[in-house]
Write a protein that binds this ligand. Structure first.
Ligand SMILES: *[C@@H]1O[C@H](CO)[C@@H](O)[C@H](O)[C@H]1NC(C)=O
Ligand SMILES: *[C@@H]1O[C@H](CO)[C@@H](O)[C@H](O)[C@H]1NC(C)=O
Length: 344
């Protein structure tokens, strides 16, 4: 009988605490939602967990929703676990990104993870993008399939941003590295940014170029965020020093952290992920960009694979992505392993 005296909220909290302790990638401390974030829009569609360390953002007939970091950051490591909405999700977009678009209208910087929903039986796709100094006419999109089912369990998505390098991570695997170069110039993000997460109706473009729209019969669309981490240089709004000067110490810490260093083993994992799962790269999209970007490393094998459009050519079928990213310490999270889903 004693067990029934333990409130459900406590059990939930305990489960989350164990999960947090198991959180693999780089063991960064996580925060409660309200300690780093605030609602951005659709506040009624933002639901905090009883312990405040996880949050659901919902898209329904009334509204999408989203949250925003309470502070500006200049460099750091920004991370969250995300479980995506299931069933029919065509037209649904979930995003985890950094931007300063509300502060710098014409010359904003941005780093994106965008998740694009799909019709039943087809998988979510993820894209990453990098903008700097308002380079919106020079989108550097890459698109990937995921080697796991992102609807049945949460996975960790992280953005590292330093003065010289950007790395996108899925769990502890780097999937994309962007190095600052003279050629890239101002297109490398260089001003303080806020961190955002949103869910919204992207019917116009998200799925097959807008062919498949949202079907609100399947609403609400719910995305779970947990393992929230905001590491790096949090700017003090009343401190008159410029970001560079405020952030010397934090930058040194960021640069020395494990997530800033790509070991040969991690590099090999990154290349393997990209070989197997990348389905679009701006570097090979000659239709959109007749002149290849100076920061593109063009590989002969990839040239064949991506053709002229930047999209994987139909005859270049990727290996079935049934195998999942290795996940240290995630066992015991009570999640069902990804079911083999129809691969279309
Ligand atoms: C960051 O990089 C820029 C451009 O390379 C350089 O001017 C600046 O001094 C660097 N700042 C720090 C804190 O390293
Ligand atoms: C940013 O863009 C503006 C106008 O588009 C340009 O004049 C400026 O030189 C750019 N800054 C950098 C650092 O590239």
């Amino acid at each position: 009988m004693a067990i029934s005296l333990i409130p459900a909220a406590f059990l939930f909290a305990a489960a989350v605490a164990i999960a947090a302790a198991n959180t693999p990638a780089f063991n960064v401390p996580t925060i409660a939602f309200d300690d780093g974030y605030a609602p951005l829009f659709g506040e009624r569609n933002i639901v905090r967990s009883p312990d405040g360390r996880a949050v659901k953002i919902i898209l329904n007939h009334d509204s999408g929703s989203g949250f925003i970091s309470s502070d500006l950051y200049y460099h750091g490591f920004f991370s969250t676990s995300i479980k995506l909405p299931s069933e029919y999700t065509a037209g649904v977009v979930v995003a985890f990104y950094m931007s300063n678009g509300d502060i710098f209208e014409k010359d904003h910087d941005e780093l994106d993870f965008e998740f694009l929903g799909n019709v039943l039986g087809r998988e979510w796709r993820v894209q990453t993008n990098v903008y700097g100094n308002g380079s919106t006419s020079r989108g550097r999109e890459e698109r990937y399939r995921l080697p796991f089912d992102p609807m049945v369990e949460a996975h960790l998505y992280s953005i590292l941003w330093t003065n010289t390098t950007i790395i996108f991570y899925i769990d502890d695997i780097p999937i994309r590295e962007v190095k600052r170069s003279r050629a890239m110039g101002g297109d490398f993000p260089s001003k303080p940014m806020l961190v955002y997460a949103t869910i919204w109706d992207g019917s116009n473009w998200a799925t097959s170029g807008g062919k498949h729209k949202i079907n609100y019969k399947f609403a609400p669309f719910t995305s779970d965020f947990s393992d929230l981490a905001l590491r790096g240089c949090r700017l003090d709004p009343i401190q008159p020093l410029p970001a560079d000067a405020q952030c010397l110490e934090a930058d040194a810490e960021t640069n020395a952290a494990a997530y800033s260093i790509i070991t040969p083993v991690k590099r090999e994992a990154m290349l393997r992920f990209r070989r197997r799962h990348m389905i679009y790269s701006f570097c090979y999209d000659r239709l959109r960009y007749p002149v290849t970007f100076p920061d593109c490393e063009v590989l002969e094998a990839e040239k064949v694979k991506f053709g002229n459009s930047g999209h994987v050519m139909p005859q270049q079928k990727l290996p079935a992505s049934r195998h999942r990213l290795r996940r240290r310490g995630r066992a015991g999270r009570g999640v069902v392993p990804a079911k083999g889903r129809a691969e279309v």
